[in-house]
Design a protein. Structure first.
Length: 611
């Protein structure tokens, strides 16, 4: 025993002689599953974090009373007609069913906040009928869109509602799902012939499942955002990397600290998350730290791709536009880093014509530098079937609208969802004052993978534009850990540039970027700053800012000459033949009319404005 201390070692080591308890190697999959169960709905939701999200929930008629007026047939009456005193509003409640497909139902909502909820910091209406809706003030101002099935079901109540008096507002319900009214869910159904978009059910019924006033625990909601990103990190970091183990360690500490019914444990759990994600994830300040381009950088731009005509009636697109863009104006008030890019002059025109209050809101956000009209085209159009003159009119009328209404033309052509691009597009873009181009669909080729992410696209005459295809391979990203990671791992031009654009937000009725997506981006940036390995997310810039950076090194990019051929969805060029024939006849007729108008102008008859 000479030279040994009482613990069996040399010197004064505190290392114990005997192991106090058995300790095994952690089974990572079990801990990842445990983390998912901590914040997800399902069998554990009454004892996990979800059980603590709300301070109070009230749905009784003394707090929220509903009455409804059913628009005749499939009409979509404006607010003054829908709220006229002659309309018979009848009592309604959760559990009532509404339909058929494409019908409209107006709700008068009377809210009286009870005394025990008036001191709560944050009150919301939660509304879910598995379809779309618009919140209106009692004086006829549209405020926000709602999308059912949990997509976007909350509206923040004004502080003025906490005075104990009755307050009235309206909800305009549209009986269509986020995309369409297919009989089954989802609309993309696997079958023996591959993916097929199912036809709509004309008699689909929607049941009101939620209409309640909720006091939200904002710390619990923030912890939910924390643990969501931490869990994604544990799933997406390389297997058995130290980064993965660290994410699991943090998640385990948070779960072990949490106690059902103990709100102090939520605050304590958030402090653990802060050690991992950084101290600034609750504000836009997180993007201010080390804002340079050292290392891989992902620039997040909000977007809401809305097909001008697809799986719903033409008239419904106008309401989808208003709902979606109002959502973004509301989020911009709370998330100053949100920059939102939006194309299609036709949709702006609809907003101006049918929703003047929303138009004013959008114009104010354009002036503030957060809402960005982009694309320079009238709609997001096909580039293969229309004639060259038709394509020119897209640019002519699109750029004219943006210049007249917003004081500037677009420098970026924005066609994320177009099924392939004509070889002459770079030439036409340059003639229209645009030297940047964004598209996405080519990444879905079913045979040959397109070789570039960022490149110079060259037309037959030698004209070129800088082209970027977001490597996350979507223009409707959910702003998850995986989206940010894939913005680099799927980047095909890293030998020239280590930046990419992440275009995020729910389209076609989903209303664009969501609160959870914006909270996720803040935490993903914090995670990149504290942990590394993940690309750094930048938020607060514009598409022009991104392309300005690319332009400085454009001479190093590879070139692609000729068309961008899309090896999928090729049936769109052979179906609906009568529509295509009529389009061609219209192009010929317009050419003849334009020729005659030009001849008339030579004879001092004047050239008709608008032709």
């Amino acid at each position: 025993m000479c030279g040994l201390d009482g613990h069996g070692g040399r010197g004064s080591s505190s290392y114990p002689l005997r192991a106090p308890v058995p300790v095994g190697k952690r089974a990572n999959k079990l801990y990842r599953d445990r983390t998912a169960n901590f914040y997800s709905p399902g069998q554990w939701e009454k004892v996990n974090l979800l059980s603590m999200m709300h301070l109070a929930v009230r749905s009784d008629p003394s707090v929220i009373a509903l009455s409804v007026w059913h628009s005749p047939g499939l009409t979509r009456p404006p607010f003054p007609d829908a709220t006229a005193s002659s309309n018979d509003y009848t009592p309604s409640k959760v559990g009532d069913a509404f339909g058929p497909s494409w019908s409209t139902h107006w709700f008068r909502v009377r809210v009286t906040i009870p005394e025990d909820m008036r001191q709560m910091d944050h009150l919301e209406l939660h509304w879910d009928c598995s379809n779309e809706a618009t919140v209106w003030t009692s004086t006829g101002e549209p405020l926000q869109g709602l999308t059912g099935r949990g997509e976007r079901i909350e509206w923040i109540l004004p502080e003025a509602f906490k005075d104990g008096e009755e307050h009235v507002f309206y909800l305009e319900m549209a009986c269509n799902g986020m995309l369409t009214n297919a009989a089954g869910e989802p609309i993309f159904k696997n079958n023996a012939n591959g993916d097929a978009i199912q036809p709509p059910d004309p008699n689909k019924i929607f049941t009101l499942t939620k209409a309640e006033i909720v006091g939200v625990d904002l710390q619990a909601r923030a912890l939910h955002a924390d643990i969501t990103v931490i869990h994604q990190a544990a799933e997406e970091f390389p297997e058995d990397s130290w980064e993965q183990h660290e994410a699991l360690n943090v998640a385990t500490r948070i779960i072990n600290t949490f106690r059902v019914g103990d709100r102090a444990s939520i605050v304590a759990s958030r402090k653990i998350a802060e050690e991992y994600l950084g101290p600034d994830v609750d504000s836009a300040k997180v993007f201010d730290v080390g804002s340079g381009e050292k290392g891989a950088s992902v620039y997040a731009i909000g977007h809401c791709h809305i097909d001008t005509c697809w799986l719903w009636p033409w008239e419904e697109t106008k309401r989808k536009v208003a709902r979606s863009w109002l959502n973004q104006c509301d989020l911009m008030d709370r998330y100053p880093e949100l920059n939102f890019a939006c194309s299609q002059a036709q949709q702006f025109k609809w907003l101006k014509q049918f929703y003047p209050h929303a138009w004013t809101r959008v114009k104010s956000k354009v002036a503030a530098g957060q809402f960005h009209p982009i694309g320079g085209c009238w709609v997001e159009h096909d580039t293969n079937i229309p004639s060259g003159e038709s394509l020119i009119r897209q640019f002519l009328f699109g750029q004219r609208f943006f210049e007249i209404n917003f004081g500037r033309r677009s420098t970026t052509c924005w066609l994320p969802d177009t099924f392939g691009q004509s070889s002459q597009m770079p030439q036409l873009c340059r003639q229209a004052g645009m030297n940047r181009f964004l598209t996405q669909k080519i990444c879905f080729n079913n045979m040959n993978e397109f070789p570039h992410t960022t490149f110079n696209w060259v037309a037959l005459d030698g004209s070129q534009v800088i082209c970027h295809m977001p490597p996350a391979k979507t223009y409707c990203a959910n702003a998850t850990f995986g989206d940010v990671k894939r913005s680099m791992t799927q980047h095909k031009s890293l030998d020239q540039d280590h930046t990419s654009l992440l275009v995020f937000g729910k389209g076609d009725g989903g209303g664009g970027p969501t609160r959870p997506q914006l909270e996720s981006l803040r935490r993903l940036r914090g995670l990149a700053d504290t942990t590394g390995l993940l690309p750094r997310v930048h938020s607060g810039g514009t598409p022009d800012d991104f392309f300005d950076r690319l332009e400085k090194k454009a001479h190093t990019f590879p070139t692609w000459h000729g068309e961008l051929y899309f090896e999928l969805h090729r049936g769109v060029y052979t179906t609906q033949a009568q529509t295509k024939l009529n389009n061609r006849k219209a192009e010929i007729l317009l050419r003849d009319v334009e020729l005659l108008a030009t001849m008339a102008s030579v004879e001092d008859k004047g050239y008709p404005i608008g032709c």
